[in-house]
Ligand binder design. Sequence first.
Ligand code: PGA
Length: 255
Amino acid sequence: MRKYFVGGNWKSNNTMADTHTLIGKTINALNFGPEKTEVAIFPSTIQLTEVQKQLTNKNVYVGCQNISKYGFGAYTGETSVLHLKDLGINWTLVGHSERRSLFAENNAIVAEKTKFALDNKVNVVLCIGETLQERESDQTLNVIQQQLGHVKDVLAAKDSWSNIVIAYEPVWAIGTGKVATPQQAQDVHAFIRKWMAEHVAKEVAEAVRIIYGGSVTEKNCQELITQTDIDGFLVGGASLKPGFTDIVNAVNQAQ
Ligand code: PGA
């Protein structure tokens, strides 16, 4: 049985006061079975240590939204996975579509960052997904294969995948209110699992968590989570609001 996974991607939002409220009122009060569901929040990097201080809910992990592909050194403005390790933070997002489109991160960079994080024992939520134009020109599965293929090629051991959660996030669904239908999401998730079975290993494909992201809310999550290959969510906008609790509950109660 795969554990469910729910991530809250706060993006570049929240004053410190907003963060105190969100942690105090919502995150610390989350009540779920950690043997069934994992929950991680991804605040702004500059708030990570404060979030660690405020967080009393020991079942919730804290993660970073992005890391550099380097260790310590002369890389002005960058956060290394070594900084995360030093703080005891063991999750990071890699390859979010906003990183890819706004900050020119290509598949090779995403693969390098993923490997570097795993080499340093930091778990990765690997974000992949197609743009609207790619979907409309029937390129979705090609894009997904390429995104996964680059990561697969840099990981020597198939065991590495046990520290990766794959987040399928169609770019056209992110922040648009246009959520994928349960069938659209399930189709791509099933494809990812099949690809993993064929290119990595059957047991890895069975075990890897594949979560959906893109306009997930407390209203649409119930039906999405019933899909066989959807193992949870990466939530953006709705993770900044009290309704995040309903999303975690819906996942934790799913059969
Ligand atoms: P959204 O963002 O839930 O606001 O669409 C999801 C994400 O970017 O991870």
